[in-house]
Design a binder for this molecule. Structure first.
Ligand code: C2E
Ligand code: CA
Ligand code: CA
Ligand code: CA
Length: 386
């Protein structure tokens, strides 16, 4: 079994090495207690521990052992007077099914752990040969993404926003696309996490912002352009300068640029995010909170952040006509946002009925396949925008 304390780096960054090490000691103690029948336990790197179970243990017994480990980690750790919650994942490989030598098994268990982590905290994954394929694809993508920008494989699609007051298109969101030479179109949900983990997101994000500004400068009227920023980018001190340069190069007025951020940014470093967002508004770039309602959305965000817009997540729009609770959430969010002088965009609008409803409850803008799918930049002139 490969156990990983997912928030080891976070604790390390936030509270320092001593605190992270103290947490590891406690984690190891709980691990030892719940793995008494096992053959051995060893700390690997970061928050990872390898646990070797007895030779004659059955897979279902291993699963319950893993469950038990996850369970004992649920109680908070009290470290230097602080309560720290541990998020853990476990990968499992079996001998002789998955391999016989230690190296092979380690590779399998590592792949299994990787998949457990992508499935979220507290998950347990057995290795399977499919994982191996997935890992191979990931390695290939990781390798090729590094040169994708230089090889002109990345491009931006633009998806329109409809202003519900004027019934006109009022802007476009830039969405990254990767056309891989042999694997075809790779979805952003697959390659953006890779870009974030490898740090490639900085270069790619800068390119996206610049390209979006250059495009918007060519558009008719005062159309807005929205650019997505990931949490990793917001931690980059050079980001603001990069954006200011992109605006200047394109000759685009800052108020026509909006950045979309998600809540995950705010959870990890709220104070840092506030001061960063304030510097954005100083530049008169507006900020939208994306996918609102999907994460640990807090109303505090709405009150404390210099936000111009809230984007209600597609999942709410999808269910609001069939689920009264969902409709109530959409209505109240719009009302609340307006009280705080924040505009509301509903995303994922696919039917005329949904659009009607959003109009009736006073939503400001709508986005979704009904209004327009993400399209190539050359198509904007002469279509929706005019
Ligand atoms: P997002 O920002 O929430 O973008 C909206 C996603 O929903 C897009 O998927 C869009 O194609 C899709 N969508 C729009 N309207 C509809 C609809 O009516 N129905 C349905 N079913 N889907 C709709 P896409 O392009 O695959 O992007 C996925 C995510 O990737 C984005 O979610 C965003 O988080 C991220 N992303 C895309 N471009 C960038 C970028 O340049 N930088 C960063 N950091 N993230 C990006
Ligand atoms: Ca977005
Ligand atoms: Ca969104
Ligand atoms: Ca969304």
């Amino acid at each position: 079994l490969l156990f990983d304390l997912n928030n080891f780096d976070e604790v390390n960054d936030h509270f320092g090495r001593a605190m992270a090490d103290a947490l590891l000691v406690e984690v190891a103690a709980r691990l030892r207690k719940s793995t008494r029948e096992c053959d051995g336990i060893a700390r690997l790197e970061g928050g990872e521990f390898a646990i070797i179970a007895a030779r004659d243990i059955r897979p279902d017994q291993i699963r319950s052992l893993a469950k038990q480990i996850i369970d004992v980690m649920r109680a908070p750790f009290l470290i230097e007077g602080r309560e720290i919650y541990c998020r853990a994942s476990i990968g499992i490989a079996l001998a002789p099914t998955d391999g016989l030598d230690a190296n092979q098994l380690l590779r399998c268990v590592d792949t299994a752990l990787y998949r457990a982590k992508t499935r979220g905290a507290s998950s347990i994954q057995f290795f399977s040969a499919n994982d191996d394929e997935a890992a191979a694809r990931r390695h290939a993508l990781e390798r090729d993404l590094a040169s994708a920008l230089a090889n002109d494989q990345l491009w931006l699609a633009f998806q329109p926003f409809l202003n519900l007051g004027s019934d006109r298109i009022c802007g476009f969101e830039a969405l990254l696309r990767w056309q891989h030479p042999t694997l075809g179109a790779i979805p952003p949900a697959e390659f953006i996490p890779i870009a974030e983990e490898t740090g490639l997101i900085h270069g790619i994000g800068h390119w996206a912002a610049k390209t979006a500004c250059l495009a918007a400068a060519q558009w008719p009227r005062d159309l807005r352009v929205s650019v997505n920023l990931s949490a990793v980018q917001l931690k980059d001190k050079a980001l603001l300068d990069g954006i200011a340069m992109a605006l200047a190069e394109a000759g685009l007025e800052p108020r026509r640029l909006e950045v979309e951020i998600t809540e995950s940014v705010l959870i990890s470093d709220f104070e840092g995010a506030i001061s960063l967002l304030q510097s954005w508004s100083f530049l008169s770039i507006t900020v939208a909170l994306d996918d609102f309602g999907t994460g640990l959305s807090s109303l505090t965000y709405l009150r404390k952040l210099p936000l111009s817009r809230l984007k209600i997540d597609r999942s709410f729009v999808q269910d609001m006509l069939t689920d009264a609770d969902c409709a109530a959430i959409v209505r109240s969010l719009i009302e609340l946002a307006h009280e705080l002088r924040i505009k509301v965009t509903a995303e994922g609008v696919e039917t005329p009925e949904q659009l009607d409803y959003l109009r009736r409850v006073g939503c400001d803008e709508a986005q979704g396949y009904l209004i327009g799918k993400p399209i190539r930049i050359d198509d904007i002139h002469g279509t929706a925008a005019e």
